[in-house]
Design a protein around this ligand. Structure first.
Ligand SMILES: C[S@@+](CC[C@H](N)C(=O)[O-])C[C@H]1O[C@@H](n2cnc3c(N)ncnc32)[C@H](O)[C@@H]1O
Length: 247
């Protein structure tokens, strides 16, 4: 599998991806469904998508419903698309199986997401963990939070815990988490998140090191934390207490 540079670059500062121009949406539900099915086949062929639960979730969740209308027709292109809020983007399609397959996200997991964005990754996670699991997602930007909340509500996702605030602090009310995913780049993985991960749990995050962003997977054991670098990625910076400094 070729490591791809992910789409979540800082669109105000680092135009690493070409965002298509805004336009009135014209595609039908059927066209989107066909594109979704083709995208899933492509993700399998590229080696990003392997497990049945993640595949079923990606076939079920209509990604176009999480995208502002002027960008909706581009829903299944491998590009980041802008969301309401400061620098927020919906990640390109391959990044979800990239994160969730490495996390081993599965039925019954208690999952914490830092960076709700559009709510698309949250809906996928909800489908994957099922009704025996739990999804908590935190968003720092009030505009982005509201956008995602409405998207999830419109599609009937009412059993997800959505939190407006700094995800770097985690969400101690629902301790402890089987899996944690950070969808913004950090220079250090916020220590509260490592604390809130259960023994045997996994955390995935884009980490800035030596001038690049590496997708890093942590596995917490009784005695130590095992760390693995998956590939290079490109995400918008984390805000809040553990924000990336601008220098
Ligand atoms: C790449 S986007 C997330 C994409 C999202 N997974 C989706 O499916 O649309 C990263 C998000 O992280 C949010 N963010 C940045 N710092 C944060 C923090 N400290 N706590 C919570 N959210 C944060 C940004 O506002 C942005 O919405």
């Amino acid at each position: 599998m070729e490591p791809l540079i992910d789409s979540n670059h800082d669109k105000n500062k680092n135009p690493g991806w070409i965002i298509p121009p805004p336009k009135e949406p014209a595609k039908s539900k059927e066209e989107f469904k066909k594109e979704r099915e083709e995208k899933v086949k492509w993700l399998i062929n590229q080696g990003f998508l392997r497990s049945e639960r993640i595949k079923d979730a990606m076939l079920k969740v209509p990604r176009e419903e999480f995208i502002p209308s002027l960008y909706r027709d581009y829903a299944y292109l491998e590009v980041p698309l802008p969301l309401p809020g400061e620098k927020a983007t919906i990640s390109c399609p391959h990044s979800y199986p990239l994160f969730y397959e490495h996390l081993g996200l599965d039925k019954s997991h208690k999952f914490l997401e830092v960076g709700l964005g559009s709510g698309y990754g949250t809906a996928l996670a909800r489908e994957i963990v099922g009704h025996d699991g739990l999804v908590v997602s935190i968003e720092i930007d009030p505009l982005t939070y509201e956008f995602a909340r409405k998207n999830l509500e419109n599609l009937g996702y009412r059993d997800i815990i959505l939190v407006k605030g700094d995800g770097g602090l985690g969400y101690p009310d629902m301790l402890s988490y089987d899996r944690i995913c950070i969808t913004a780049a950090c220079t250090e993985i916020p220590p509260p998140l490592i604390e809130q991960l259960r023994i045997g749990g996994r955390l995935i995050a884009p980490v800035i090191e030596h001038g690049v962003q590496n997708l890093v997977l942590l596995e917490k054991s009784e005695k130590c934390i095992i760390r693995k670098v998956i590939c290079e990625v490109l995400y918008i910076p984390l805000r809040g207490k553990y924000r990336v400094s601008e220098e």
